[in-house]
Design a protein. Structure first.
Length: 201
């Protein structure tokens, strides 16, 4: 069965190193939440690798990797950012950024050499990273009278749902995290009891 509510990303930053004809390529791969968090990491790496001639990069965002960008930072067009991006795409990971700092060794590598170096260093960094599977979950809020607690608890147990919060005031309010692929079945199950209000948060 194909899982449609999971994606792969990396757990923590990792480093990959590639050397060719005296040039050194330090590739940093790291998890990101948005474009802003990528830019923050890019500036930190630029400061850390201040003597590098180029800081080329790529990132992918979105549960299905639907948003991506890359940059050659002065290298010939499509010889740096694009190969880095291809390495990330090949690994089927998302919400991830990669910055490659290049130290020039005195000998030009040519277009094929640059593509191999930038793509290879990024690939090495990904190999050194811990890749984890993330489950996409939706927040469901249920509001009901006290006599229906046992019914709701049975639904929670049956579908193996995580409870974020239980509030007991005039009425009972549950905040649940439901795996996306189970969401419709959970809602149908809850709707068997017409006295429970359902809201997708």
């Amino acid at each position: 069965m194909i899982e449609t509510d999971t994606y792969l990303s990396i757990e923590a930053p990792a480093l990959g190193i590639y050397k060719d004809k005296g040039s050194k390529f330090n590739a940093y791969v790291f998890p990101i939440q948005n474009e802003g968090s990528f830019k923050d990491q890019l500036q930190l790496i630029k400061a850390q690798e201040a003597n590098a001639r180029h800081h080329c990069w790529a990132f992918i965002l979105g549960e299905q990797g639907e948003y991506s960008k890359s940059n050659d930072d002065g290298e010939p067009g499509n010889t740096a950012g694009a190969p880095i991006l291809r390495s990330l795409l090949k690994s089927k990971i998302t919400n991830v950024g990669c910055v490659v700092a290049r130290y020039f060794g005195g000998t030009k590598l040519g277009v094929p050499g640059l593509i191999a170096a930038y793509g290879g260093s990024a690939e090495e960094a990904v190999k050194n990273a811990i890749i984890t599977k993330h489950v996409i979950r939706e927040t469901l809020e249920l509001t009901f009278e006290y006599p229906h607690i046992s019914f709701v608890e049975r639904v929670i147990k049956f579908h193996d749902i995580d409870v974020v919060k239980r509030e007991q005031k005039e009425k009972v309010n549950y905040h649940l995290l439901v795996r996306r692929s189970k969401l419709n079945k959970v809602i149908e199950h809850v709707q068997e009891n017409h006295r429970i209000a359902i809201r997708l948060a």
